[in-house]
Design a protein around this ligand. Structure first.
Ligand SMILES: NC(=O)c1ccc[n+]([C@@H]2O[C@H](COP(=O)([O-])OP(=O)(O)OC[C@H]3O[C@@H](n4cnc5c(N)ncnc54)[C@H](OP(=O)(O)O)[C@@H]3O)[C@@H](O)[C@H]2O)c1
Length: 468
């Protein structure tokens, strides 16, 4: 009697590395591959996918390229799957589950998260992170103990690579999304370890391949590049992968702008401490709202112009910690990027951008045991922010602007984010490192600063337990 086939779902397999991965897997004996693609049909065995639709031709075309090489003991089953579409994910899950049941197979051995794209922050993150997290969550219950989740990542996700010169190619959204994906690899690995499921989570870089993603500029053929993904998918064993208190210290009579009741209330708490030679100017700013960013930029630019000043320091302090990926990334990654892009032209040469991050961004910490607290969206968003710090530092270096870009962890503080956990330090103390860095006129760029400065990517990033 033949043994059960190795069952594998590959996302984003219409073309490129995904398609070649399906091809090579199917050319191997005794494999059942679900070929996930943004196809307008719901699968059946190989080309007997039914309902005619506008994109069916693309699917058939992709399959036709290697149909003759499919091993007699193996099967390719196309599955319509857009990982940014909740209905598509639900249907794909139901389809795969019923297919496995029909064949009396106990589950899936491997999920290969291959789908990804380049583009704007929203486009990139909706696929590379939010979509990847959604499909993983949906498919996870189908995975067999001892199985694997393979995240097709990139060396461009490495923070260490961004501390080296010459620097890598800079795609802020893409590179930071892959840093976040590597963080998810480590977070999911910890969760599986805690469940004792034996499920491995691995980040894989297939090398630089000529695909649609990079307009076919890669130096390897994806038929070759996919082999590391194929090998890892066939292996049955292996390892799992890789505030307001700040303003108080700077602060005159406030100039009130816009609807600022909350911030006025906040300011009232320390208005008497504001030095006579300093000023606090209130600015309405929601970093997730383009109109608010535009207005804030206009207001700050006018105010500085009136005083014949530029801006020395941007402190990206806004951040969120909730379970929902969209909400977290909207603030911690897209919002930070949007306000930085808008404010950057106002910055003086020799100035600084300070990204308030967390030691929970540290990939190294996630490889240590006991692990850090697991906030999937938050931790991975801060890993993405570390990548942005390093990429912006490289861009400023290339412009010779003298602008430093620094990530700062203020430690674990008693704030709304930590539900005012009394084990935290007072944010009046936690903010000191932010204040000091903002007042320093010189220093290193591309660094992660906690209480002492260290380079991102170094193994020595201190793992302060409990820091957010
Ligand atoms: N090429 C390289 O040099 C390189 C290097 C390192 C890592 N990687 C990684 O390798 C993986 C494959 O990339 P590739 O180079 O093969 O690029 P590609 O040819 O552009 O393939 C990307 C695939 O992802 C699919 N996709 C995009 N959005 C999707 C969504 N919402 N739902 C489902 N599928 C979606 C695309 O579907 P459509 O065909 O429908 O557009 C396409 O099939 C990616 O994770 C990439 O980051 C590539």
């Amino acid at each position: 009697m033949s043994s059960a086939p190795r069952t594998i779902l590959v996302t984003g397999s219409n073309q490129g590395l995904g398609m070649h991965t399906v091809h090579k897997l199917a050319a191997t004996p005794n494999v059942l591959v679900f070929m996930g693609g943004q196809l307008e049909f719901y699968g059946g065995k190989l080309i007997d996918a039914s309902t005619g639709s506008r994109k069916l031709a693309a699917a058939e075309e992709a399959l036709a390229k290697f149909a003759s090489e499919i091993d007699a003991s193996s099967t390719v089953v196309p599955v319509q799957l857009d990982i940014t579409d909740a209905t598509s994910i639900k249907n794909a899950h139901a389809f795969i589950a019923s297919h496995l049941k029909e064949k009396s197979l106990p589950g899936l051995d491997v999920l290969i998260n291959n789908a990804a794209r380049l583009g704007t922050f929203e486009e990139v993150y909706s696929v590379n992170i939010v979509g990847t997290a959604a499909i993983t969550e949906a498919i996870r219950p189908l995975l067999k103990d001892g199985g694997a989740i393979l995240n097709v990542s990139s060396t461009l996700g490495s923070l260490t690579v961004h501390t080296q010169r010459p620097p890598p190619m800079i795609y802020p959204a893409y590179n930071s999304s892959k840093a976040a994906l590597n963080s998810l690899t480590l977070l999911w690995a910890i969760q599986e370890e805690e469940k004792k499921s034996g499920i491995r989570i691995v980040s894989i870089c297939p090398g630089y391949n000529a695909t649609n993603l990079n307009q076919y500029s890669g130096t390897m053929h994806p038929a070759e590049g996919c082999m590391i993904i194929v090998q890892t998918a066939l292996e049955k064993e292996g390892k799992s992968g890789i505030g307001m208190h700040t303003v108080r210290k700077f602060a005159a009579a406030p100039n009130v702008h816009g609807k600022l009741a909350a911030v006025e209330e906040a300011l009232a708490k320390f208005a008497t401490d504001v030095d006579a030679s300093s000023a606090v100017v209130l600015v309405q700013l929601d970093v997730t709202d383009a109109a608010s960013i535009k207005n804030a930029h206009g207001f700050i630019a006018n105010h500085l112009k009136e005083k014949s000043l530029g801006l020395d320091v941007l402190i990206n302090n806004a951040g969120r910690l909730v379970p929902n990926f969209e909400e977290v990334y909207a603030v911690n990654v897209f919002g930070v990027t949007a306000i930085t892009e808008a404010i950057r032209p106002l910055l003086n040469n020799g100035g600084a951008i300070l990204n308030i991050s967390s030691t929970l961004a540290s990939l190294t910490w996630h490889t240590q045991r006991p692990p850090p607290p697991l906030f999937l969206a938050y931790n991975s968003s801060k890993s993405a922010l570390s990548s942005l710090t390093l990429q912006w530092a490289i861009q400023e270096e290339e412009k010779d602007s003298g602008i430093r870009v620094v990530s700062i962890c203020p430690g674990y503080n008693t704030t709304s984010m930590t539900q005012f956990d009394s084990n935290g330090t007072s944010p009046a103390d936690g903010c000191t490192i932010i204040v000091q860095t903002a007042l320093e006129k010189e220093g290193k760029s591309g660094v992660f600063s906690t209480r002492r400065v260290r380079w991102l990517g170094e193994d020595s990033i201190r793992a302060d337990r409990g820091s957010t």
